[in-house]
Write a protein that binds this ligand. Structure first.
Ligand code: SF4
Length: 171
């Protein structure tokens, strides 16, 4: 056992330092978080739909859950069923195989049925465009409230897109 303790003491802390996202980004994220909290009160349920993305956008969406963006602390949570969702976060060009699934997901979502298209592929087809395999941008398949361009967009941009969509809900 002492051998293990000695080894732990010798190795020290092996984790990397947290990345610096920049003061501007941090301030903007805090401002958006405060406005989201003031509008929402306590809850927003999001169903994320990967309609054909390369998963780059999903990595940025995942980052929304880290301590910097902390959407869990705002009462925003991801849900497994569109029936429990207020907002759909859709990535990727819509592949032909996902076209019907996306339409059904939209139909199953209750009002206010907000949709945020995340990433260049979702906004305009991106590098995949429209082809035998893809329908292209998301609004060719379902109505879209807000588009968040970028390949991939940064988490703070996605947060801004969610805020824009939620503002519509309170109008
Ligand atoms: S926008 Fe870029 S990162 Fe997002 S799915 Fe398309 S290629 Fe991937």
């Amino acid at each position: 056992m002492w051998k293990v303790v000695r080894q732990i003491a010798n190795v020290g802390i092996a984790t990397e330092a947290a990345p610096d996202i920049g003061e501007d980004n941090q301030a903007e994220a805090s401002r958006i978080q405060a406005e989201l909290l003031s509008i929402l009160g306590d809850a927003l349920a999001i169903r994320e739909v990967d309609a054909g993305s390369c998963n780059g956008c999903e990595m940025e969406i995942n980052a929304l859950g880290n301590p910097y963006y902390n959407i869990g602390g705002l009462g925003i949570r991801f849900v497994a069923s569109p029936r429990h969702a207020d907002l759909l976060l859709v990535t990727g060009p819509v592949s032909r195989n996902m076209e019907m699934a996306l339409k059904r997901t939209y139909e199953a979502t209750p009002e206010p049925k907000l949709v945020v298209a995340v990433g260049d592929c979702a906004c305009n087809g991106g590098i995949f465009g429209e082809s035998y395999a893809t329908c292209g941008r998301v609004d060719k398949v379902i109505p879209v409230d807000v588009m968040v361009p970028g390949c991939p967009p940064e988490p703070v941009d996605i947060l801004r897109g969610i805020l824009q969509a939620v503002r519509r809900r309170v109008k």
